[in-house]
Ligand binder design. Structure first.
Ligand SMILES: *Cc1c(COP(=O)(O)O)cnc(C)c1O
Length: 391
């Protein structure tokens, strides 16, 4: 038999390490956020960074079917493939655009966040050149985070730039909180006050933006008084809410949003060895068996985004128990101790993130163990890991 057709057939990875994304969980989480803020507040679903590792295009289409009218991405590069895939919702470029991208922003009907006069001037010129209508923009205010945005002293002159631009309409004004999850942070209160002040300056300049927005997930949960016209949840859509903190000792019992993780990360045991006590395992022999042990090998490592900081710390779910990571997580392989899991065998499913019955490992646990935030765990699952989207 000729192998010619096999040679050209696209090859799907058969390495048994993959991430499963439940699009129904994503949609339910979106609806939970929408019902939390009520029908008068628009929910801009943040799907930047490949939807926090969940796959931007399938997530965008699914969120759209659940009623999302706005999607938030970081760059033009992230917005364009969504249009090619048929996404029709408004797309907010949360980190503006780079010089040279202005024509594409206009052509693809992307909505730029702006904070520099050149943003406004170049976009207006592009719209004119392309014979397009007025371009909606969202003006970003630096209300105290000290990152992107127009500061209050610069605002009056920025408003004049916007008014002078022939092909620009100010649709939105936004800001971003530095400590949104702290319910009573005085910095956040100050940011809200600065934002209100900015809105008055914008209004006094004769501009009337329809969409004012401040909140990410933390703000949505901690500061209902700051919701205004639109909110921008990201992490909540993927099933994580931040633990709200209070400056005071008292626990915070504000209503939360019931969401569940949309992503589970799976692999399979590829080898099991029985060792006597005293056997060092993995690079550097950082773990040595203390009793006769069964050690299983998983085909996942830090090149997949399974962090090295989990060495000798993390755990995975195999059958009906937790198997602790032993030794150093290496680039492509991780070792777990399955001595206590009866019947564990080659080919068994291992859950790196996921739940089974009452067992659960989530991105928050991996983040805690590796000294980071769930965001970095989710975004860090590398391209090598195929994403499988379940309806
Ligand atoms: C990432 C981002 C969000 C979403 O933040 P979450 O904490 O994931 O809800 C909202 N707004 C801006 C400007 C962002 O960059």
């Amino acid at each position: 038999m000729s192998s010619a057709t096999l040679d050209v057939a696209p090859r799907q990875s058969v390495r048994p390490t993959w991430a499963e994304i439940s699009l129904s969980a994503l949609r339910e989480n979106f609806r939970a956020v929408q019902s939390h803020v009520g029908p008068r507040v628009t929910v801009c679903a943040v799907i930047k960074a490949d939807a926090y590792g969940h796959g931007a295009t399938p997530c965008a289409l699914s969120l759209e079917s659940a009623g999302a009218k706005w999607l938030g991405v970081t760059t033009t590069d992230e917005g364009m493939p969504l249009r090619s895939a048929g996404v029709r919702s408004r797309i907010l470029l949360m980190t503006g655009f780079w010089r040279g991208e202005e024509d594409e922003v206009v052509r693809q009907n992307l909505t730029a966040t702006v904070w520099e006069p050149w943003h406004v001037e170049m976009l207006s010129a592009a719209a004119q050149r392309l014979g397009a209508g007025p371009q909606p923009i969202h003006l970003k205010i630096d209300s105290g985070m000290g990152r992107l945005g127009v500061t209050l002293p610069e605002l009056p002159s920025m408003c004049r730039v916007i008014q002078r631009a022939s092909h620009i309409v100010l649709e939105g004004v936004s800001t971003h909180f530095a400590s949104s999850e702290v319910t009573d942070a005085p910095e956040t209160q100050l940011q809200i006050e600065n934002f209100e002040r900015a809105l008055r300056i914008v209004k006094d300049a004769g501009l009337s933006p329809a969409l004012c927005h401040m909140d990410n997930t933390g703000g949505i949960l901690a500061r209902p008084d700051s919701w205004r016209d639109m909110v921008r949840p990201g992490i909540a859509l993927y099933g994580y809410t931040l633990p709200l903190r209070s400056m005071k000792a008292s626990p915070d019992n504000r209503p939360t949003i019931r969401v569940r993780p949309a992503l589970s990360w799976r692999t399979r045991i590829i080898s099991i060895r029985q060792f006597a006590a005293g056997q060092p395992v993995g690079y550097g022999g950082t773990y040595k068996t203390t009793t006769p042990s069964r050690i299983a090998v998983l085909p996942v490592g830090y090149a997949d985004g399974y962090r090295r900081a989990l060495s000798n710390r993390g755990r995975v779910i195999i059958r009906n128990g937790y198997a602790p990571i032993v030794g150093a997580v290496s680039m492509d392989l991780t070792l777990v101790d399955v001595s206590k899991i009866s019947g564990a065998a080659e080919g068994d499913d291992a859950m790196l993130i996921g739940s089974r019955g009452s067992l659960k490992v989530d991105a928050a646990e991996l983040a805690e163990l590796s000294g980071t935030v769930p965001y970095e765990i989710l975004c860090g699952i590398s391209k090598r890991v195929p994403r499988v989207h379940l309806p």
